[in-house]
Design a protein around this ligand. Structure first.
Ligand code: AMP
Length: 477
C-alpha cells in the first residue's frame, strides 16, 4: 500500500515523502482513512509504530480543509500527552508534517517559563500539544480557551492514567465542546479497565484499531536473565558492555537516585554514561538524549517514566539493571529494542530479592525467560532475599501509580515544584509526572531525520502486524 491511496492531500503527501517514508505503517494505513472521515478512534499502539503520523496527518488535513478565515485563530485541535518529551516529539511531528500548510501549532508543558507559551497562545494557534498540568495552569490564568476544540487526541492514555492524570483529564474534558461536537482519538498501548472506562466516557461509536497484541513481547527481541548478587550488578554490567563491545545501551533503574549513581559509576569504569529522569532539567534530558542518539555516549541510564515516549530507533540493547515493580513496565522497557524490524536484545540482571518480580513478569509474558549464569558472577547462595528497598515486592502491581488526584503517595517528603505541583525527592521509584518537573530550559524539539526508513517498515510489514509493536499489554515513555 502507498500513502497515495489514503486520501491525504498533495501538501501532506509531499511532507511525508520528504521524510523518506514511502509506505504507511499498519497503524497509519488503518487510522488515516477513518480519522479523515471524522470518526472517533480507539487505537491500540505504542511508540515506535508510527502512530504519531497516524493521527497527525489526518488531523492536519481536517483542520486545513476548514480554515478559520478571520479574527484570532482559536485552538481547534488538542493533543494531550503524559510527558514533556512526548509532547515535544509530537509537536515536532505536527510541524514536520504540516510544513506545507499554513496551520499554526505550539507545545506547552510544565517546568519551563509560562510567559513565552502565553505569548504564542495570544497570537493564536490551531493545534496545541500539551501535558495536562500546564494546560490547566493556562486555563486558570485565562490564557487558553478550549471551547472551540474540534479534535481531541489522548496520546499514551494508559500512561496518563498511570501517572495520576485522570482528574486533570476530566477537568480538561469539561472545558471542551460537548461530546458529539468534536472528534476524539484515544491511543493507548494497553486496554485496562480504567482505559475502557475512559474510552466509554470519551468516544462516540469509536472504530477500534489495533496493531498490538496484549501482553506479548516482540518476536525478535531475545531476552535473557543473568542471575547475580545485587552488590555485583554494576561490575557485571560494565563487564558485559565492555566485553561485548556494546556501543549503545539503554539501562533501566528503578529510582532516580539509582540512575544517577549508576551513571557516575559507569563513567568511572570508563563507559560514557548519562542519567535521564524526572528530576533532571529539561536541558539536561535533551542533551543526554542527543548525546546518546548521536553515539557520543554509550550508556543512557533511565527510569521508566523518563524513558516513556523516547523516540530512539533501532536500539540494539536494553538492560534491566533492576526489574520494574510493575510487570507491564518490563514489556515497555524491552520494547525500546528490536524496533522497526531490527533484532534486539534485552538483558535483565536479577538478584535474589527480585525473584518474585521475575515470576510476575514471566506470568505476564506466559513464558519463562532463559537464565544464564555468567562465569565469575554466580550468586552467593548464602545471601537471603530481602524486601526490595523503595518497593513492595509482595504484590504484582506493587508500585503505587498515583492516587488519582495527581499527588504522590510516597511517604518521603514532597516538595512543591516550580509550577506548583508535588514532586517526590527520594530514592523511591519514579512515578510522578515527569512532565511537571522543574526544568531550566525550553525543550529542543526533535528534528525528524530525513533518512529513508522504508526498508525497515517493509521488513516489518512482512513480519506481520504484531511485530509492529510490543503488546497491547503495556508500554509508555
Ligand atoms: P511513532 O510511533 O509515531 O513514535 O513513530 C516512530 C518512528 O517511525 C518515528 O521516528 C517516525 O519518524 C517513523 N515513521 C513514522 N511513520 C513512518 C513511515 N511510514 N515510514 C517510515 N518511518 C516512519
Amino acid at each position: 500500500m502507498s500513502f497515495d491511496s489514503l486520501g491525504l492531500s498533495a501538501d501532506l503527501l509531499r511532507a511525508v515523502s520528504e521524510q523518506g517514508y514511502t509506505e504507511p505503517t499498519p497503524i497509519q494505513s488503518q487510522a488515516i482513512p477513518i480519522i479523515l472521515q471524522g470518526k472517533d478512534v480507539m487505537g491500540g499502539a505504542q511508540t515506535g509504530t508510527g502512530k504519531t503520523a497516524g493521527f497527525t496527518l489526518p488531523l492536519l488535513q481536517r483542520l486545513n480543509s476548514n480554515q478559520v478565515s478571520h479574527g484570532k485563530r482559536p485552538v481547534r485541535a488538542l493533543v494531550l500527552t503524559p510527558t514533556r518529551e512526548l509532547a515535544a516529539q509530537v509537536g515536532a511531528s505536527v510541524e514536520t508534517y504540516g510544513r506545507h500548510l499554513s496551520l499554526r501549532s505550539t507545545v506547552i508543558f510544565g517546568g519551563v517559563k509560562i510567559n513565552p507559551q502565553k505569548e504564542k497562545l495570544r497570537h493564536g494557534v490551531d493545534i496545541l500539544v500539551a501535558t495536562p498540568g500546564r494546560l490547566l495552569d493556562h486555563v486558570s490564568q485565562k490564557t487558553l480557551d478550549l471551547s472551540q476544540i474540534e479534535i481531541l487526541v489522548l496520546d499514551e492514555a494508559d500512561r496518563m492514567l498511570d501517572m495520576g492524570f485522570i482528574h486533570d483529564i476530566r477537568k480538561v474534558l469539561a472545558l471542551l465542546p460537548k461530546n458529539g461536537e468534536r472528534q476524539n482519538l484515544l491511543f493507548s498501548a494497553t486496554f485496562s479497565n480504567e482505559i475502557k472506562q475512559l474510552a466509554d466516557r470519551l468516544l462516540n461509536q469509536p472504530e477500534l484499531i489495533e496493531v498490538a497484541h496484549r501482553n506479548t513481547t516482540a518476536e525478535r527481541i531475545s531476552q535473557v536473565v543473568h542471575p547475580v548478587d545485587k552488590g555485583r550488578k554494576r561490575e557485571l554490567l560494565s563487564h558485559i558492555i565492555g566485553s561485548q563491545n556494546w556501543q549503545q545501551v539503554l539501562v533501566f533503574t528503578r529510582t532516580k537516585h539509582g540512575a544517577n549513581r549508576l551513571a557516575q559509576q559507569l563513567n568511572r569504569d570508563g563507559l560514557s554514561a548519562a542519567a535521564i529522569h524526572g528530576n533532571k532539567s529539561q536541558g539536561a534530558r535533551t542533551r543526554a538524549l542527543a548525546g546518546f542518539k548521536s553515539g557520543e555516549m554509550r550508556v543512557l541510564v533511565a527510569t521508566d517514566i523518563a524513558a516513556r515516549g523516547l523516540d530512539i530507533d533501532q536500539l540494539p540493547h536494553v538492560v534491566n539493571f533492576e526489574l520494574p515493580n510493575v510487570p507491564e513496565d518490563y514489556v515497555h522497557r524491552i520494547g525500546r529494542t528490536g524496533r522497526a524490524g531490527n533484532e534486539g536484545e534485552a538483558v535483565s540482571l536479577v538478584c535474589v530479592d527480585e525473584l518474585k518480580l521475575l515470576r510476575d513478569i514471566e506470568r505476564l509474558l506466559k513464558r519463562e525467560i532463559p537464565k544464564v549464569t555468567l562465569d565469575g558472577y554466580q550468586p552467593d547462595p548464602s545471601i537471603k532475599a530481602e524486601p526490595i528497598q523503595n518497593g513492595r515486592n509482595n504484590k504484582g502491581r506493587s508500585q503505587p501509580r498515583g492516587n488519582g488526584n495527581g499527588h504522590n503517595r510516597n511517604r518521603t517528603s514532597n516538595k512543591r515544584s516550580t509550577d506548583g505541583r508535588h514532586e517526590a525527592k527520594s530514592d523511591r521509584p519514579e512515578q510522578k509526572r515527569s512532565s511537571d518537573k522543574p526544568a531550566h530550559k525550553q525543550a529542543q524539539r526533535k528534528t525528524n531525520g530525513s533518512q529513508p526508513k522504508t526498508q525497515a517498515w517493509r521488513q516489518r510489514s512482512a513480519q506481520g502486524r504484531q511485530r509492529a509493536s510490543l503488546l497491547g499489554g503495556g508500554t509508555r515513555d
